[in-house]
Design a protein around this ligand. Structure first.
Ligand code: ADP
Length: 273
């Protein structure tokens, strides 16, 4: 098994924060015998934006599902150090209720917690404004673009003000321009709400733009093989995206990902190791 390596010096702002949840030697083997995760040691720190980056099948979604308590580990432990670990979950598909309007979709988690429509109104409207959808309360999902539907999904996940936001490739199905806008807005929102975010992606560029720290994973069995720190303050903007620092970290992350996939870069191309 490849040992985890630190590619970059840790960013003090993130490493100084206390762990929020700790995965210790976590393994997961499904009933069909697939070993999805082996020996995952991972501290997720309060307020950090952590990306899980890796090829399909390396266990990224399984880590999110373990954190959400949707499945249990086969080996090892998951210890929540924080007493408040309310979760919000955003999936790749917005999963909106088609016959409910935007307001009712965002109200749903509050309604399930027993909050009436009238009491929920200020919170729902505030969250819709934060994701750039003020005035769209009465629209139905079919009237919205893909990016707008994802904004509704994010507002729904955040309306209960969860301490942790789990996001499973939320922007993968969106076009590049929409994706960049949502990346910008997510960074700003995360700073404003001071939430902890665990974000699954297979995009190097997206992970570097968004994250304080990127955990690179390899498949068969799923495991952590590298960590990349992004020591640039948030919120970030176009200047960061166009700068040499961003390009350099993207290159490092790309190399770590290629190594994780058992592939090494050679001049003029890529060769299998
Ligand atoms: P990723 O999110 O990185 O694509 P997943 O966590 O979805 O990876 O899956 C890791 C491995 O576990 C894959 O080989 C996948 O097929 C397998 N897997 C995921 N969920 C299940 C399940 N419920 N039953 C059996 N195998 C599963």
């Amino acid at each position: 098994m490849t040992a985890a390596v630190s590619i970059r010096a840790p960013a003090p702002a993130v490493t100084e924060r206390s762990p929020f949840v700790r995965l210790g030697a976590v393994g997961k083997t499904f009933a069909n015998g697939v070993e999805a995760l082996r020996g995952v040691d991972l501290d997720i720190r309060r307020g950090e934006f952590l990306s899980l980056l890796g090829p399909s099948g390396c266990g990224k979604s399984t880590i999110l599902r373990l954190l959400a308590g949707l499945t249990g580990p086969s080996r090892g432990s998951i210890d929540w150090i924080s007493t408040n670990h309310d979760l919000g979950f955003v999936f790749q598909e917005p999963t909106l209720t088609p016959w409910a309007n935007v307001f009712d979709n965002v109200w749903l988690p509050l309604r399930l917690a027993g909050v009436s429509k009238a009491s929920a109104r200020p919170r729902v409207e505030e969250m819709l404004a934060k994701v750039g959808l003020a005035g769209f309360e009465r629209a139905y999902p079919r009237q919205l673009s893909g990016g707008m539907k994802m904004r509704v999904s994010i507002a729904r996940a955040l309306v209960t003000r969860p301490a942790v936001l789990l996001m499973d490739e939320p922007f993968a199905a969106l076009d590049e321009i929409t994706r960049m806008r949502l990346n910008d807005d997510l960074v700003a929102l995360k700073c404003e709400l001071d939430a902890t975010v665990v974000f699954v992606t297979h995009s190097v560029f997206e992970s570097v733009y968004l994250s304080d720290r990127i955990v690179v994973m390899a498949p068969r069995p799923g495991r952590v093989v590298a960590e990349v720190h992004v020591p640039h303050p948030s919120p970030r903007d176009e200047e960061f995206r166009l700068g040499a620092g961003y390009a350099g970290i993207c290159r490092e992350t790309s190399l770590a990902l290629h190594n994780a996939m058992g592939v090494v870069a050679v001049s003029g191309g890529i060769a299998t190791a």
